[in-house]
Design a protein around this ligand. Structure first.
Ligand SMILES: Cc1cc2nc3c(=O)[nH]c(=O)nc-3n(C[C@H](O)[C@H](O)[C@H](O)COP(=O)(O)OP(=O)(O)OC[C@H]3O[C@@H](n4cnc5c(N)ncnc54)[C@H](O)[C@@H]3O)c2cc1C
Length: 264
């Protein structure tokens, strides 16, 4: 269940642009078949125990797999707010990332749901894609100096909590507010909090880092967690601008450093 499974197309991965995310994964799985040392186990990892050079991974199917090193890459899950229409539109017209989907909707009327101080920078960045942007405070108090900056950029901000995303088959038509205002937009950028998709790191006692949208695992420059022999890659350990390219790059680096650490 990859994080971007709700999106029709994935963007920004060299050689795979504008492909459905699950097609990219299926292709990658087929390519692994060429490598006899790789055993692909389609099961949930339920626990990791042991220590460096002698780990055991227990799967949901009851299988126990031995490993000298382990790379955790189980990603994060976005926590949908309890707003009708939000989850139904997620990945279609309610999206998190302008670098993924900005080109597709450039010049259209964008909305941005305020999620904290980082939203100010996002509002400024979004002006590179469109000059029609509305910021939704969604119950946050936006400081007066930031309100003044938005006003100087001709970015309207709207008070009130979002109570519904009106949509047609996931395509947003309007943001409905508890102030009874309904604001029409073509796309809504939002950053719900996320949490790791599994809790193996908790039972291992691994250190984490707080980010504005959730926690991620702490790793060193070799992508090793606080526990020798356990590495982490992908959104699970990406505090800033997660993407498929970053996840692939970190997976490659974690694999290289894990292998190098076994050379005597
Ligand atoms: C709506 C949306 C659109 C996006 N569009 C883009 C885009 O266009 N371009 C881009 O670069 N990025 C995009 N992203 C970001 C992208 O989805 C992530 O950066 C990327 O998927 C991270 O890869 P990952 O391997 O770390 O995690 P994931 O892709 O989430 O994969 C984690 C995998 O771990 C599995 N898993 C979970 N728990 C366990 C367990 N206990 N045992 C075994 N397996 C487990 C999951 O089932 C999943 O298959 C988008 C994200 C969203 C939400």
């Amino acid at each position: 269940m990859p994080r971007n499974r709700f999106a029709g197309h994935s963007h920004g991965l060299l050689g795979h642009d504008h492909k459905p995310p699950l097609d990219i994964l299926a292709e990658a799985r087929q390519q692994l078949a060429r490598y006899p040392a790789i055993k692909l186990v389609s099961a949930r990892a339920d626990s990791v125990s042991g220590a460096i050079d002698d780990f055991s991974v227990l799967t949901g199917d009851g299988e126990s797999l031995g490993a000298r090193r382990v790379i955790l890459s189980y990603g994060v899950a976005d926590q949908m707010p309890d707003v009708p229409g939000f989850a139904e539109s997620w990945g279609t017209s309610v999206v998190p990332c302008p670098y993924c989907d900005g080109f597709e909707v450039a010049g259209q009327h964008w909305g941005l749901v305020w999620s904290g101080p980082q939203s100010h920078n996002q509002a400024r960045l979004f002006q590179h894609w469109t000059d029609k942007l509305t910021v939704f405070a969604d119950g946050h108090d936006i400081p007066p100096d930031i309100q003044a900056d938005l006003a100087s950029r001709n970015i309207p901000f709207v008070d009130g909590r979002i109570v519904e995303i009106a949509h047609r088959k996931g395509h947003i038509t309007a943001v409905n507010l508890d102030t009874r205002r309904n604001i029409a937009v073509d796309v809504l950028f939002a950053h719900p909090r996320s949490k790791p998709s599994a809790s193996l790191h908790e039972s291992l006692g691994l250190a984490t880092v707080d980010t504005p949208t959730g926690i991620v695992l702490k790793v060193d420059e070799r992508r090793q967690t606080g526990m020798p022999g356990i590495y982490a890659a992908g959104d699970l350990a990406t505090p800033f601008l997660p993407s498929v390219t970053q996840a692939s790059s970190q997976g490659a680096m974690a694999g290289i450093f894990a292998q190098q650490s076994m050379v005597v």
